[in-house]
Design a protein around this ligand. Structure first.
Ligand SMILES: *Cc1c(COP(=O)(O)O)cnc(C)c1O
Length: 449
């Protein structure tokens, strides 16, 4: 492999994997501290001091291993001795105990369906892993932990579901009013108990800004133990590597590794895939498929990273104007643009192209994509047209029913709604409406403390 991956900032020591901040102004921490803190005090993101090299047998014998065994081997070097092996095995097993099939759409393109978890989106994996790790870490703490999270749609539901009724943890979710689908909104506003939903009159970027400000507020942090459950948290980010390995197990032609298209917003998902590749997983190429929010596709052209205000699209979970995890991708490649370009391409797909793709694949191939998957599908199709020797798959990041308000008019048909979702749609929404103002969030957090 010609790519020079990050060789790390410390000496490899598998028992005590340490994480440094991408801003380099905070002390190194272990997995437990990184999970509890979320973001580093210097506002950087935590990154592993070295990228583990996986045992060659894991890849060679992958077809004889269970998903639980694969996942455990992948995550263990990152967790080190912060969680005992038996406990970590239990956590991993509870994280991956649903179907993740690789379904053929055409001869060249398959779909890795990541939406068979409880909230029908890939974020269930990261949220389930993180909630169980955090639950383990706070078991013997006297102070309650408050998980604070901004969502563009699916994070809220997955985090709410993952943390529901976990002892010692309160969850506060901020979401942009009117900008999430009806299924998504119900998933995060109907649970109650330790889950609080704040409906913000603003965009996802506003929500994220408010959360960022709360994390740096001295008075708040003195009284509360705040942490994030966004994909910047290592305990949400790292387990997303699992399903790239599961997909490789299901990939028939091991001599011709897959091109993988990842519908991307905050870039946590694709960054986990690239990390998996850097530690030894065979992958032909990655495609970061974006909607009209094209900061990264523009960067890949110009090498200039220029955050923008996010614009609303029909693939709303990717409406991100300043993707937090992109810095981690640069870190994986030690900020060498030429190495990054070898492994990753990126493109921007319009809403019109998204709907056309969704409709066409449904009519021609009898496969129903969701709008995010459709963005990935078209990006992959274009790439394969130019590289006909390869085949690939798209990560289907959400079940189409989550976006039935978008999907039904496109295909001109009703999307059958699973029973569990129908039940949820009948429940009453309970949210607190607030303006996009960090002081109001502060007030709210003090009020539930
Ligand atoms: C969150 C989400 C994405 C974007 O994932 P990132 O890790 O933020 O890039 C894509 N599709 C769906 C359905 C999502 O919920």
């Amino acid at each position: 492999m010609p790519t020079n991956y990050n060789k790390g900032h410390g000496s490899p020591n598998y028992h005590t994997m340490k994480y440094y901040s991408t801003n380099h102004l905070s002390p190194m921490v272990d997995f437990k501290e990184a999970t509890i803190q979320g973001q580093a005090p210097d506002k950087g993101l935590y990154f592993p001091e070295h990228i583990p090299v996986l045992p060659i047998d894991l890849i060679k014998n992958i077809n004889s291993l269970s998903n639980e065994e694969i996942a455990y081997q992948v995550i263990a070097p990152y967790v080190g001795d912060c969680i005992p092996p038996d406990e970590l095995k239990r956590i991993v097993q509870e994280t991956v105990n649903f179907d993740i099939p690789l379904v053929g759409i055409t001869d060249d393109i398959s779909s890795l369906e990541l939406y068979h978890g409880p909230t029908l989106a890939f974020k269930d994996i990261g949220a389930r892993f993180m909630s169980r790790c955090l639950g383990y870490f706070v078991k013997n703490e006297s102070k309650k932990v408050t998980v604070l999270v901004a969502t563009s749609g699916d994070t809220g539901g997955a985090v709410a579901n993952g943390f529901y009724d976990v002892d010692g943890v309160d969850v506060v979710i901020l979401y942009p009013s009117g900008k999430v689908s009806s299924v998504q909104e119900k998933q995060l506003t109907t649970l109650g108990k330790n889950i609080h939903a704040l409906e913000v009159s603003g965009t996802f970027d506003d929500c994220q800004q408010m959360v960022k400000q709360a994390f740096t507020d001295a008075a708040l942090n003195e009284q509360l133990f705040l942490t994030s459950a966004n994909s910047i948290n290592v305990a949400r980010w790292l387990p997303q590597q699992f399903y790239y390995f599961f997909a490789y197990k299901l990939w028939a032609d091991k001599n011709n590794p897959p091109v993988i298209a990842v519908p991307s917003g905050n870039f946590g998902n694709i960054c986990a895939g690239i990390l998996a590749h850097a530690s030894g997983l065979p992958v032909q190429h990655f495609i970061a498929a974006c909607n009209a929010n094209d900061v990264v596709p523009a960067f890949m052209q110009t090498e200039r990273y220029e955050p923008k205000k996010s614009v609303s699209t029909i693939s709303n979970a990717m409406d991100v104007g300043n993707p937090s995890n992109f810095i981690r991708i640069l870190e994986i490649f030690s900020h060498k643009f030429s190495d990054l370009k070898n492994v990753v391409s990126s493109c921007s797909i319009s809403d019109e192209e998204t709907s056309n793709t969704l409709k066409e694949v449904y009519q021609k191939n009898k496969y129903l994509l969701d709008p995010h998957g459709a963005v990935g599908y078209l990006a992959l199709q274009r790439y394969l047209n130019e590289h006909p020797a390869h085949k690939g798959f798209v990560l289907e990041t959400a079940h189409p029913v989550k976006f039935f308000d978008v999907v039904e008019p496109i295909i001109g048909e009703k999307v059958p709604i699973p029973g569990a979702i129908q039940q949820q749609l009948l429940l009453e929404k309970k949210s607190v409406k607030i303006a996009a103002d960090a002081d109001l969030l502060k007030e709210f957090l003090f009020s539930i403390a």
